[in-house]
Design a protein around this ligand. Structure first.
Ligand code: SIN
Length: 412
């Protein structure tokens, strides 16, 4: 058995994606924070995010429209209170990110808002087609400047440490508080992690532990997720007695690049938002036959339509064509996708892109309230790991980075 050492902090944050970084930055330096990541700080799904962050920023748009679009995409299973909470806090989440040094794309001195499937208005704040990289890079710079955060890279969460709570006398009259439900309630005291370099187990103790470990896309053979998306935080919280919810709702992104050299490269929905059309090998469009919103229908509808066409025609993939927008527009708006496809021999300025649907996002997760509190006292879950009720059966595009920031702020 490897030796164990114990260290004490105020807050443990597991995961260095957007939710984890935001929580750590918001808590330090007032709190002693430990930030754990099982690879390095730059390994997360957030850094791969292309599209952007949905927020009502245009006077012609409305919070109610964003709420209604979210509910419609979620197929009636979103929690209305959670949806309103996240949508209403979106503009201040954008302002906070800007205050941390995140540079979003602008046009004529104002934020450029792009469009994605299921949105009835242009409301996607973005940094060209590499929003996650821009956000994570800026926040990691802040992290380096912030005192009070101890980073543990290559430390793998093994399990949570819990203990029975003493029941206060007033608890007898309150059999079902929001968190840490009586009777038999337990409290989270911290966690055990494996130091992957030394092979030693360490115990980290804190009064508050935040799970921000991302999703579980690696359960699937085809996924847009990084190799780290293995559901560790969801599983550890569940083992510790937390409820999980909506785990059956795995979102498939309609357009993952179909190429043997790049199995999980996303082709952002923003390409369809800016006019990209889905084509069969003979060059014909098929989305108008499935939904009046055609390529801009919510992604579950588009993914199912592609899957149906692939099965009907025995196709290995379909094609996404944006060539009609012209080379200058394409290079300016989609520099990352253009460069990556070119490396693989596909010039998206003059030829369509082969695409297939792939597992993209876990809409469910550890059940939380709107401050990220789980069933276990002292344990919080935020980001893709959590299920505060926003995403319903199907997440609206670009509502996920948004949820990371809004819930990290309320949890902190
Ligand atoms: C994309 O760029 O298509 C992904 C955006 C998202 O998953 O919200």
């Amino acid at each position: 058995m490897p030796a164990t050492t114990t260290t004490e902090f105020d807050v443990l944050v597991v995961g260095s994606g957007l939710a984890g970084l935001c929580a750590a930055l918001l808590l330090a330096p007032q709190r002693r924070v430990a930030l754990l990541t099982k690879q390095t700080l730059i390994d997360s799904a957030s850094i791969w995010a292309q599209g952007g962050i949905a927020a009502v920023m245009d006077p012609g748009d409305s919070l109610e429209a964003h709420v209604q679009d979210t509910l419609a995409a979620g197929a009636g299973l979103c929690d209305l209170e959670a949806t309103r909470f996240v949508v209403e806090h979106a503009p201040e989440a954008i302002a906070w990110l800007q205050s941390q040094g995140v540079q979003f794309s602008e046009e004529a001195g104002r934020l450029h808002l792009t469009r994605e499937g299921g949105h009835s208005a242009r409301r996607i704040v973005h940094a060209t087609d590499a929003t996650g990289a821009a956000v994570q890079t800026a926040l990691l710079e802040r992290l380096r400047e912030t005192a009070g955060i101890t980073v543990f890279e290559r430390h793998m969460l093994v399990d949570l440490i819990t203990t029975p709570m003493e029941m206060p006398t007033e608890a007898a009259e309150d059999p079902a508080p929001a968190t840490g439900g009586w009777p038999g309630a337990r409290r989270c005291l911290g966690l055990q992690a494996l130091d992957e370099t030394s092979g030693k187990l360490i115990s980290l103790k804190a009064s508050h532990t935040v799970m921000a470990t991302g999703g579980a896309g690696q359960v699937y053979r085809h996924t847009t997720n990084p190799p780290t998306a293995t559901g560790d935080g969801m599983a550890a919280a569940w083992r510790a007695g937390c409820r999980v919810m909506n785990m059956e709702f795995i979102q498939f992104h309609p357009t993952c690049l179909y190429h043997p050299g790049a199995r999980n490269f996303l082709i952002s929905e923003a390409l369809r938002g800016e006019g990209g059309r889905l084509l069969l090998p003979d060059g014909s469009r098929f989305m108008p036959a499935y939904d009046p919103r055609a390529e801009l229908a919510p992604r579950d509808i588009v993914a199912r339509a592609i899957d149906a066409e692939m099965k009907r025609g025995g196709l290995a993939c379909v094609y996404l064509d944006i060539t009609h927008r012209g080379a200058d527009f394409i290079r300016a708006h989609f520099p990352t996708i253009h460069a990556r496809c070119l490396q693989l021999g596909i010039d998206i300025t003059c030829e369509p892109i082969p695409v297939v649907p792939a597992a993209h996002y876990a809409c469910g997760g550890v059940l939380t309230d709107l401050s990220g509190r789980t069933d276990l006292a002292g344990l919080y879950a935020i980001g893709e790991t959590a299920c505060p009720g926003l995403q319903g059966a199907n997440r609206l595009a670009s509502n996920s980075l948004l949820e990371c920031v809004v819930l990290a702020r309320s949890a902190a």
